[in-house]
Each structure stands twice: as C-alpha cells, then as structure tokens.
Write a protein that binds this ligand. Structure first.
Ligand code: ATP
Ligand code: MG
Length: 236
C-alpha cells in the first residue's frame, strides 16, 4: 500500500512539474505562444499547490491526534454558505441548486472541516454533471440524526468502481486528462472528516442516472446548555 501510495504521489507531483518545465522551455525557445504557455503554467501551478495542500491535509487527518475544533453548528446555515460560494461556478455550467433544508437542525462539529466536506461533495456533483442539469441538496432530521443528501443527475459511478472511490487517488477515469483534472483525493478527505465526527458517509449511484452522497451526523444534544448554542428546540 505504501509503495503504491508513493508511486501515486510522485506521479501526481511530476506530471504538472514536467508540463511547467516543458512550457517554460517552449516559451524561451519561441516555439510556444507566450500567452497560451503562461496560462498553462499558471493552471498547472494552481493544480500542484492544491494537490500538495490536499495531500498534507489527508496525512494529518489520517493521524490519530488531529484536533477538531468542535462547536454547535446550525447545519443548514453552513450548507447555505457553501452553496452561495459555489453558485457562480455552477451557473457557469448552467447547473441549478434545489435546496430543501431543515433550518433548525443543530449538530456539533468543526465548521471549517464540515464546510470542506460539503464543498468537496458539491464540487463532484458539479464536475460530473452535464450542463443544464440540477443538483438537489436536502437536509432533514430523523431519530436525533441529521441527514444531508446531495443528489446529482450526472454520469453516475459504475458498480465496480463504487466501493473504491473514497480511496486515495482512485478515479473512475484513469486517463486523468488535463481538462478532467481531479487527483482523486476529495472523497478520501470527506471520508476521514466524517469518520472523525463519528458520522457516516455513503455514496449511492446508478450509472447514467446520477449519484447521491449521504452524510449522517448526530444532532447536538438538546439538554446540553452551551452558551453559544442557539435557542432552538431540537426535540419536542
Ligand atoms: P479531487 O476531488 O481530488 O479534485 P476527484 O474528483 O477525481 O479529484 P474524488 O472527489 O475523490 O476525486 O472522487 C473520486 C472519483 O469518484 C472521481 O474521479 C469520479 O470518477 C468519481 N465520482 C465522485 N463523485 C462523483 C459524482 N457525483 N458523479 C460521478 N462520479 C463521481
Ligand atoms: Mg472531487
């Protein structure tokens, strides 16, 4: 596993580096259009720094001692915030969000980390869904558990790949074309963060129909009297 991991890491690091080197040389020799070459170098360096950031993040999350800053969170508000940040990217693909969120659901968690979870899931939903479709985001509570469902109308994930997509570097499209540019770390990060929150993360998918990501997290205990917890009734 370790050897495979290192092979993946070095491949992922080397590819953007060799692109940058190649394009820089091409520009210097005057055989590549300067503007186009510069753009590619910029894109590749953005990709590379994201990759390094994600890798370090994952290594920390997989360690035992990673601290989470736990606080009561109005889950719907956190989801609204991420959706608002991502509306522009979605609109560029003419993808619309349908939200149906139970507004007074309170959970206990690390808000930065949970934002990262919602962002990674939405990022996939947008990325693997054709233009003009919609993504539904639902949040409801049952039996003291908050359940978030993000459903897209995208390509879906083949049955054989489904059990593996949360593994580091696993991608259905192994070709890793420059345009279709993920590194396969997003879901591994989601999985680790949710595990650290004692929640569950499941993907359901039907090839050609779409995918639903389901996150379940325990609701904050209503009897707990935290000064920061909003005056909402969680249980009747
Ligand atoms: P990264 O998130 O690191 O930028 P990535 O999107 O390829 O890269 P993951 O988010 O971990 O990595 O997803 C792993 C793979 O699972 C994807 O490459 C894709 O093949 C598949 N996948 C994930 N979400 C969806 C989805 N909503 N619809 C279709 N396929 C998906
Ligand atoms: Mg992703």
């Amino acid at each position: 596993h370790r050897r495979e991991f290192l092979a993946n890491v070095s491949h992922e690091l080397r590819t953007p580096l060799s692109y940058m080197k190649g394009y820089a040389e091409g520009i210097e020799e005057g055989i590549i259009d300067q503007k186009k070459g510069m753009q590619i170098i910029q894109d590749e360096s953005t990709r590379l720094s994201r990759l390094v950031h994600d890798l370090l993040d994952l290594a920390q999350l997989e360690g035992e001692s990673y601290p989470l800053t736990m606080e009561p969170i109005v889950f719907a508000q956190l989801i609204h915030d991420v959706l608002d940040q991502m509306t522009f990217i979605a609109s560029q693909k003419r993808i619309s969000f349908n939200r149906e969120l139970e507004e007074d659901c309170i959970i206990y968690g690390d808000s930065d980390r949970l934002e990262q979870v919602v962002r990674n899931l939405l990022d996939n939903a947008i990325h693997y869904t054709p233009s003009g479709k919609s993504i539904s985001i639902e949040l409801f509570v049952h039996q003291q558990t908050a359940e978030l469902r993000i459903t897209d109308e995208g390509s879906g994930i083949p049955k054989g790949d489904l059990p593996h997509v949360s593994e580091r570097f696993y991608r259905v499209n192994k070709a890793r074309t420059r345009k279709d540019g993920g590194s396969g770390l997003g879901l591994a990060i989601v999985y680790q963060i949710i595990k650290k929150h004692r929640g569950t993360f499941v993907l359901q998918s039907e090839q050609g129909l779409g995918t639903t990501a389901i996150i379940q997290l325990p609701c904050a205990d209503s009897t707990e009297d935290s000064p920061t917890s909003p005056k909402n009734k969680i249980t009747p």
